[in-house]
Design a protein around this ligand. Structure first.
Ligand SMILES: [Ca+2]
Length: 316
């Protein structure tokens, strides 16, 4: 029996080590700095072999979104990662740090216009992956994902967007909504996209609601202890002047890679529906593969977990 338990432990351990989560991050990097914090967490989890980053998508129209992402990727030694961006104009272009990072830190992309259309890059990346394998982590409005579901067959796949997601995606983790009921910023910015994606997404959805990240305050330690050349530290300095900020997005990335069990409990009895104004409600009469996180670990402890990841230096 001892040997059996030891063998199971070994298998679980090696499964964790050998099977990093293949993940695409979809971010509105710019209006808030916790997207930059989420990218730091994701890169460090990839350094730890817990995640394999397949690509990163910007869901705003800012010409500085993709270069800012590229600068953070480059800092962590992953300047080779594909970066996609939303191509329509006029959506969420304000930022206190995007342009600075996109101009003052090493990177390849000089302008978002040089980044690939997110719809095209999603299809290219998904088509190349094993079935039911990819995790998507959405930490901004859901406009890119709405557009992905509506894509048609192309050179990468004969499947339409809905069927391609159904075939290739394992689950999506969404920072959005407030649970069980409320009105949250990401859903509000593009409420038709939130309605469409939440209603039609063909895999499990795990919602990391506003109330989860709101209590997990991070960023101050990074500002004081991070290295001078750290672009994420600079993003926090420019956005918060060194103060802490809620960790809506870093918490969602943490859950998408490590799962919920260590940090949160999960409510699965019901479905999330989104109204035309972006407000959402949890309805227990129906069932779908919808889940939302509930607090379990003390937010102070969770902040420490996230801050330790943010402070871990890039691999040499
Ligand atoms: Ca965000």
């Amino acid at each position: 029996m001892l040997l059996t338990n030891a063998w199971i432990s070994f298998c679980l351990f090696t499964a964790e080590v050998l099977n990093p989560v293949p993940i695409i991050l979809d971010t509105d990097i710019g209006p808030d700095c916790d997207d930059a914090g989420a990218m730091a967490v994701l890169h460090v989890l990839a350094n730890n072999n817990e995640a394999e980053i397949l690509g990163i998508m910007c869901c705003t129209s800012s010409q500085w979104g993709a270069p800012c992402i590229d600068a953070i990727n480059t800092y962590y030694g992953r300047g080779y990662l594909p970066v996609g961006t939303y191509k329509k104009s006029g959506f969420l272009t304000e930022s206190k740090y995007n342009q600075y990072l996109g101009q003052h830190f090493p990177r390849q992309l000089k302008n978002g216009q040089n980044a690939t259309d997110a719809r095209k890059l999603y299809r290219q990346v998904l088509a190349s992956q094993p079935d039911k394998s990819v995790v998507i982590c959405a930490i901004g409005p859901l406009n890119n994902l709405k557009d992905l579901l509506q894509t048609k067959a192309d050179q990468y796949s004969q499947l339409n967007g809905y069927d391609l997601v159904l075939q290739k995606v394992n689950a999506i983790y969404i920072m959005g909504g407030q649970f069980p009921n409320g009105l949250e910023w990401n859903f509000q910015q593009d409420s038709s996209a939130a309605q469409m994606v939440v209603r039609n997404w063909p895999t499990s959805i795990i919602f990391c609601g506003f109330e989860i990240g709101e209590k997990i305050m991070t960023g101050n330690r990074l500002c004081h202890l991070g290295s001078e050349d750290h672009p994420v530290r600079k993003a926090y300095q420019l956005h918060t002047q060194g103060e802490d900020r809620p960790s809506w997005d870093p918490a969602t990335v943490l859950c998408a890679v490590r799962g919920s069990s260590e940090y949160w409990t999960v409510e699965s009895d019901g479905i999330c529906s989104v109204d035309s104004d972006g407000s959402n409600q949890w309805r227990t009469l129906d069932k779908k593969s919808h889940h939302y996180l509930k607090q379990r670990m003390d937010p102070l402890q969770l902040a420490t977990v996230i801050e330790e990841l943010m402070l871990q230096p890039p691999m040499q």
